[in-house]
Design a protein. Structure first.
Length: 257
């Protein structure tokens, strides 16, 4: 599937009501300053890799009519929605690292749309908790992180009105769960953290299959080719099992042939 162009309407993808929409520029320094003392290399990476950033929405009880969450592990009273344009050139590893740093830079869940140099948009979500080692309690620790090409998410699947509206943390976890399955999660009982783990495992298996299929085509020794083809069949079976757990049965999985 082709990627989503830079004019993707992140607010529209979420179905943000007008009351929740914002248009405020965020400086790179605001994103980097949390790391300047303890992790200057991370601060430099943010400064180098982020071309621009803006706040495009804030989810609050009064703007989306979802109650706040107050528990022993976390309090969630608002969730910012950010749009970050990443500079060219940056490596894939740097882009992933930068999105993680944005999530870590705030003591709350964040919805992040990362606009890539190639014109595609990635939705980045992270299950986090406030850092207990940060004396200011202004940063987060990432428990699970998922990045999904926004262009392959089922149309309408991430509309806030379709997600769990029990409270703000339930809403965010359901957003993570749904996004990890490209908008087609197999079950409402699938926890967000498990959905992220399945998605990461599926990505790894598909990458491994591509390598094995390529090596099998290049193998000159017949026995080696047989071994690689057998390994490919095993990987395909594993991929199907993960897909069945992650995705609904109606999904057109695509992926590796």
């Amino acid at each position: 599937m082709t990627g989503t162009p830079h004019n993707l309407d992140g607010a529209g993808l979420l179905g943000l009501p007008e009351a929740a929409r914002q248009q405020h520029r965020i400086t790179k320094r605001m994103l980097a300053e949390q790391f300047e003392d303890q992790a200057p290399a991370d601060a430099r990476l943010v400064t180098k890799a982020v071309a621009s950033a803006q706040l495009i929405g804030i989810l609050r009880p009064e703007t989306i009519q979802v109650p706040e969450h107050r528990g022993t592990e976390r309090t969630v009273v608002d969730i910012p929605v950010l749009e970050v344009v990443l500079a060219d050139p940056t490596t894939a590893a740097d882009r992933t690292r930068v999105t993680e740093l944005v999530h870590r830079s705030m003591a709350k869940p964040v919805v992040l749309f990362a606009l890539m140099p190639d014109g595609t948009t990635t939705l980045s979500l992270a299950l986090t908790h406030v850092s207990r080692t940060d004396p200011t309690r202004s940063t987060s620790v990432i428990d699970a992180h998922v990045q999904v090409p926004a262009g392959q998410i089922e149309t309408g699947a991430l509309q806030l009105e379709r997600l769990d509206r029990s409270d703000m943390w339930a809403l965010y976890r359901d957003l993570v769960r749904t996004a990890a399955a490209d908008g087609r999660p197999a079950s409402t009982a699938l926890p967000a953290a498990e959905a992220v783990s399945l998605r990461r495992g599926l990505t790894d298996l598909e990458a491994e299959l591509i390598t094995v299929v390529r090596d099998a085509k290049r193998a000159k020794n017949q026995q080696r080719r047989i071994e690689l083809n057998t390994q490919a069949r095993t990987l395909r079976a594993q991929i199907e099992r993960v897909r069945d757990t992650l995705y609904s049965a109606t999904q057109d999985h695509g992926g590796v042939a």
